[in-house]
Design a protein around this ligand. Structure first.
Ligand code: NAD
Ligand code: IPM
Ligand code: MN
Length: 350
């Protein structure tokens, strides 16, 4: 379709606060045919419809070219059976819409190396992309709890990957590496896990199709250490769902803050869901304190990947960089600027 129809799912906690600022930025760009369609997700949707991902929300998602997503999560609903918990909204969208490839870029902002808790000269070299598989792994395996014969309670979650699942995310990783500095590091735990051994074998098979890419393998525990010791050694990291979740939060802190990292969750083709990597931050929700930059940067990724609007995406990213360079700092970066003020600063820099 010619129209730019974008679903906006704000969700819980700081979700609506940060999403509102990203929407203001999109509206300021005067995009021809822009149409924003709101839908309920997470705890908010549960309270209204009795389900964190109601059918009407899925229908909106399917009628749009992309989704801008805030965050879901509400501790007061954590007693619900798992299928009704807020987090099932984002997990359900990823699964239902085949969003298997999660791109989480982490790049230090030029001149802002002092934002991180790493030494500035270490942080200065960070320019990496985590490619996280999003439809498999321990997230979607069989799970349950039971009481053993001797009365002890037990919980389990089955970790698995099928080779086709590994193959398609490996291709995403190699293609991303081809467009960057042609270095790919596959992160696994093949010294212990069968799932990881298969992962590694399949990544090596796929590597034959990308002879120009220098492939390395690293165990996830070492990767966590290396990310802090020398993050500049990484270009593209490809990894499974759980390891990618953990390493991307860590990478955010290496760059400066979790309030800065955006992500794209992509299907085959141009369709995608775009969200900050952070959650609903209940500790600061409703106070106008959240940093909306990660969500604003997610909107930039949306324009680039789903609508091919590279110029507009770059314009948003430059505006965020400029606001930071001017000294705008959310509480996550030790500053006092609130959500709206940060949005204003980015709009002004646009
Ligand atoms: P979180 O990312 O919500 O918060 C972690 C810490 O970072 C908190 O101290 C929070 O105040 C701070 N923080 C996060 N985003 C910030 C921002 N934009 N500006 C300033 N500070 C920010 O993680 P959590 O506390 O572990 O989880 C809270 C809820 O969010 C849980 O219910 C969890 O399941 C959910 N969650 C959802 C998503 C998602 O929707 N994709 C992602 C992560 C967590
Ligand atoms: C993320 C979140 C989600 C995940 C949760 C909320 C299901 O932590 O998007 O990083 O684990 O993928
Ligand atoms: Mn996470």
């Amino acid at each position: 379709a010619d129209a730019m129809r974008i679903a906006v799912f704000a969700g819980d906690g700081i979700g609506p606060e940060v999403t509102a600022e990203a929407v203001r930025v999109l509206q300021a760009l005067d995009l021809p045919g822009l149409e924003l369609v709101e839908g309920d997700v997470g705890g908010a949707a549960y309270r209204k419809h009795g389900h964190p991902l109601p059918p009407e929300t899925l229908e909106i998602a399917r009628s749009c070219g992309a989704i801008l997503f805030g965050a879901v999560g509400d501790f007061s609903l954590d007693h619900l059976e798992r299928r009704l918990r807020p987090e099932q909204a984002v997990l359900g969208l990823r699964k239902e819409l085949g969003l298997f490839a999660n791109l989480r870029p982490a790049t230090v902002f030029k001149g802002l190396e002092d934002l991180t808790t790493l030494r500035p000269e270490v942080a200065a070299k960070i320019d990496l992309l985590i490619v996280r598989e999003l439809n498999g792994d321990v997230y979607f395996g069989e799970k349950g709890t039971r009481t053993l014969d001797d009365g002890r309670r037990q919980g389990w979650d089955m970790m698995s990957y099928a080779e086709d699942e590994v193959r398609r995310i490996a291709h995403t990783g190699f293609k991303a590496a081809m467009g960057r500095s042609k270095k790919l590091c596959s992160v696994d735990k093949a010294n212990v896990l069968e799932t990881s051994q298969l992962w590694r074998d399949v990544v090596i098979e796929v590597a034959r199709e990308y002879p120009e890419v220098e492939l390395s393998h690293m165990y996830v525990d070492n990767a966590a250490m290396q990310l802090v010791k020398n993050p500049g050694q990484f270009d593209v990291i490809v990894t499974g769902n759980l390891f990618g979740d953990i390493l991307s939060d860590q990478a955010s802190m290496c760059v400066g803050s979790i309030g800065l990292l955006a992500s794209a969750s992509l299907a085959e083709g141009t369709y995608g869901l775009y969200e900050p990597i952070h959650g609903s931050a209940p500790d600061i929700a409703g106070q106008g304190l959240a940093n909306p930059m990660a969500t604003i940067l997610s909107a930039a990724m949306l324009l680039r990947h789903s609508f091919g609007l590279e110029d507009q995406a770059a314009r948003i990213e430059a505006a965020v960089g400029k606001a930071l360079a001017q000294g705008v700092r959310g509480g996550d970066l030790g500053g006092t600027d609130g959500t709206r003020a940060i949005g204003d600063a980015v709009l002004a820099a646009l």
